[in-house]
Write a protein that binds this ligand. Structure first.
Ligand code: NDP
Length: 451
């Protein structure tokens, strides 16, 4: 067996239950067979075996008291995956599904994504199996404080710099950074996604969604296509989805779907700027459910089904698909329906939203397919820009950050195409992203010797 197959087999054997982690490792390593053949020095140095093992994993108790005075306990995680090219960096997720497998898959992916941004950031991920839904403001604050009370000792501006993810937005980052600052007595910017008044960067909230759309536009330009008058399906209605919708509107596309974990809305007239503001207020301030959109704007609402199921079952035609909700949201059957209904481009705003079967469908049908580690890298790239501004004790204008984000997305797109071509897989963004991200990390690991 090759080192690649050996490594995949070992991960599956050692971390038996970690199915999401197996999926991410298999997806990346299987594209690296030619790399292993071309670079025997990497095989000799054990890079493939080492790169699938996190540098360090911390699992901790998060005790807190709810509004009724009852003691609650959650489980916290931080997987510091790889710091070969810079301090550990990656988001924090609060969601009841959080477990070690999901943390490890996200930290592994993050390592290659961060390498692609061209910025000096290692890969990490963290979170807790805490469900923010239905919690009061005071409960959210107490939970964030309890979480950071343990995690703070593993963080530092040159060590590990977390950000937001599912269930962690500006509000939670504010509570965590405020508490960190108090117990460390240091205003060192250790979390990104901060408020603009205390070290945050303009465009950071927008960056993942905007970056995904920039990446999709770059892919489409290779075939002479653009967003103008295209029908676009977006899933999710959180941070990434909201700003993907906003940017598609600016680029002249018509977004007809969004969803949350309860329902999908289909608005054939298109989500315009006012409706997008309604979604932002509904989700970020009123913390309501997406079906309220359907009640407000009298459009179709499908409870208990995600965007991709609804598109398949209703036979809805879409030109571009932007999954922006969660992992494995788009399966083989729904991918086949997308292709049948005329979809030409899929850019992933969420991490690993397409199952391996769905990815195969896109590739076999010559769909422009941008994997999350390339297409949603704009968020962490702008977090990197936030770190730079914090170090410089300066803040850049909106235009300056947005133009840097656009430049980074274009350079990631170019790096993917060049690397794919170098490995004889012209136009394959999966091979391109994996090989380009991997080689940067692998070269650094090689230089360090066995550490
Ligand atoms: P949010 O918590 O802001 O939003 C997540 C959205 O997805 C919510 O609308 C949520 O609905 C919905 N959702 C979650 N699970 C499901 C499900 N099983 N079925 C249908 N809808 C679901 O998170 P983000 O927007 O920040 O993150 C979305 C994705 O993007 C994640 O995969 C994340 O890892 C990835 N990402 C995020 C980055 C960032 O900067 N925030 C950077 C790069 C990637 P509900 O409210 O009902 O739970």
């Amino acid at each position: 067996m090759s080192v690649i197959q050996d490594t995949i087999a070992r991960v599956k054997q050692v971390d038996r239950e970690q199915v999401e982690f197996h999926q991410a490792v298999t997806e990346v390593l299987e594209t690296l067979e030619p790399t292993a053949k071309r670079h025997p020095e990497l095989v000799k140095a054990g890079i493939f075996e080492r790169i699938v093992e996190p540098e360090r994993t911390v699992i901790f108790r998060v005790p807190w008291v709810d509004d009724k005075g009852v003691v609650q306990v959650n489980r916290g995680f931080r997987v510091q995956f790889n710091n070969a090219i810079g301090p550990f960096k990656g988001g924090i997720r609060f969601h009841p599904s959080v477990n070690l497998s999901i943390m490890k898959f996200l930290g592994f992916e993050q390592t290659f994504k961060n390498a692609l941004t061209t910025l000096p950031m290692g890969g990490a991920k963290g979170g807790a199996d805490f469900d923010p839904k239905g919690k009061s403001e005071a409960e959210i604050m107490r939970f964030c404080q309890a979480f950071i009370l343990e995690l703070y000792r593993h963080l530092g501006p040159e060590t590990d710099v977390p950000a937001g993810d599912i269930g962690v937005g500006g509000r939670e980052i504010g509570y965590m950074y405020g508490f960190y600052k108090k117990i460390q007595n240091a205003h060192d910017g250790v979390l990104t996604g901060k408020g603009i008044e205390f070290g945050g960067s303009l465009i950071r909230p927008e960056a993942t969604g905007y970056g995904t759309v920039y990446f999709a536009a770059e892919m489409m330009a290779t075939r002479g296509l653009d967003f103008k008058n295209k029908v676009v399906a977006v899933s999710g209605s959180g941070n990434v989805a909201q700003y993907a919708v906003e940017k598609v509107i600016q680029m002249g596309g018509r977004v007809i779907t969004v969803c949350d974990s309860n329902a999908t809305i289909v608005d054939e007239r298109g989500i315009d700027t006012d409706k997008c503001c309604f979604i932002m207020d509904l989700k970020n301030n009123r913390r309501g459910r997406i079906k309220e959109y359907a009640e407000e704007y009298k459009c179709a609402c499908f409870e208990g089904e995600n965007v991709w199921e609804v598109i398949r079952k209703q036979g809805i035609k879409v030109d571009i698909a932007l999954p922006c909700a969660t992992q494995n949201e788009l399966d083989t059957e729904n991918a086949q329906a997308l292709v049948k209904n005329g979809c030409r481009c899929v850019a992933e705003g969420s991490n690993m939203p397409s199952t391996p079967g769905a990815v195969r469908v896109f590739q076999e049908n010559n769909i422009l397919y941008g994997p999350g580690k390339a297409s949603n890298a704009g968020g962490v790239a702008t977090s990197g820009l936030e770190m730079s501004q914090n170090s410089l004790k300066m803040s850049w204008s909106r235009e300056e950050v947005d133009s840097k984000l656009l430049t980074i997305m274009k350079s990631i797109h170019r790096a993917c195409l060049e690397s794919a071509e170098a490995y004889g897989k012209k136009g394959d963004y999966v091979v391109g992203a994996n090989t380009a991200g991997f080689m940067k990390v692998a070269r650094a690991m090689l230089a360090y010797g066995i550490v």
